[in-house]
Design a protein around this ligand. Structure first.
Ligand code: MN3
Ligand code: MN3
Length: 327
């Protein structure tokens, strides 16, 4: 008869579960603590092309967070032995649902009902987004089977890390880029919270993957499979980037950022970076490192974390505009 075990946090199961649990708790937030309505004027000042790009970027992000919350995290959890690690994944799963909802919180504020309907239809019909989702979901579905190989589990974990640490970033680029120049700043506070979470998710699931990799009978074959998957997703990512960024003239910069994050995904999985990266837009990198954010997952809660009692609003005057850049 199967013995059911209770999770015992007083018995250390591994070196890192408690640390990740505590870091996740420190980073907790909900979308309704933020006030994207402060961005309404900023939104109106954007060009129609920029608004279109922004909406599509957030629509794509919503799809990935939906997949991660409804399928990725629960399926992975089923195959992880450590009960404490399972708890960390359960917490992350809940945050993925908050992420997926938070884009709607931004949409509700800046977009019309018709806009919102159009964007969700676009997500459902965009071949590059659908390719991302179906490619990752194939590996997650494999985890739905009870009797899977260690290599299947490794690939499921790899798919998750590629989603977390790589596929999100073509979408994150535009809110960071705009925010770095003083546009859509309140919405970017939400996006930065999501990025901080994805950062810790990628590291944690990456560690789980590395644990499995060490026990694989044929690690070379598994690594080859990972590289094939990464390259398929990369090719798709380039086309997706062209589709949403060509009209605003940012395609080349976003592709550079995509390669930068592909390398981060590889490093989270314990491998060497393989993409050549020349120069990532400093506005976007700074967007991650200064003011409100903690891309470094060991740091504390955002200083701009807005609870009803302690609101620190950024104002337009806080930003020196670079007028050479067309918005
Ligand atoms: Mn997420
Ligand atoms: Mn995540």
């Amino acid at each position: 008869m199967k013995q059911y075990k209770a999770v015992n946090w007083n018995d250390p199961e591994n070196d890192y579960a408690l640390m990740f649990w505590e870091q996740n708790i420190k980073q907790f937030w909900i979308d309704t603590e933020y006030i994207p309505s402060k961005d309404i004027d900023s939104w109106k000042a954007l060009s129609p092309e920029m608004r279109e790009c922004y909406k599509k970027a957030l629509g794509g992000l919503t799809l990935l967070d939906t997949l991660q919350s409804h399928t990725g995290m629960p399926k992975i959890m089923d195959h992880i032995d450590s009960l404490q690690n399972k708890s960390v994944l359960a917490y992350m799963c809940m945050m993925e649902a908050i992420h997926a909802k938070s884009y709607s919180t931004i949409f509700t504020t800046v977009a019309t009902s018709q806009d919102i309907e159009d964007i969700f239809n676009w997500v459902q019909n965009n071949k590059y987004l659908q390719f991302k989702a179906s490619t990752i979901d194939k590996y997650y579905r494999k985890l739905a089977e009870t009797d899977i190989s260690k290599e299947d589990l490794f690939m499921g974990l790899c798919a998750s890390v590629l989603l977390e640490s790589f596929l999100f970033y073509s979408g994150f680029f535009i809110p960071l880029w705009l925010c770095g120049q003083g546009h859509m700043v309140a919405s970017a506070d939400i996006i930065k919270k999501i990025i901080a979470d994805e950062s810790i998710h990628g590291v944690f699931v990456g560690l789980l993957a590395q644990d499995v990799y060490k026990k694989l009978p044929n690690p070379e074959r598994a690594k080859e499979k990972l590289i094939v998957l990464l390259n398929d997703l990369y090719e798709n990512e380039l086309k997706y980037t062209e589709e949403i960024y060509t009209d605003v003239g940012l395609t080349a910069e976003v592709k550079e950022y995509v390669r930068y994050n592909a390398n981060k995904a590889l490093m989270n999985l314990g491998f060497e970076p393989t993409f050549e990266v020349k120069r990532v837009n400093p506005i976007v990198l700074n967007g991650l490192n200064v003011e409100t954010t903690q891309h470094d997952f060991f740091s504390k809660k955002s200083t701009n974390y807005e609870k009803a009692t302690e609101i620190v609003h950024l104002r337009d005057e806080d930003f020196a505009m670079d007028t050479s850049i067309a918005i």
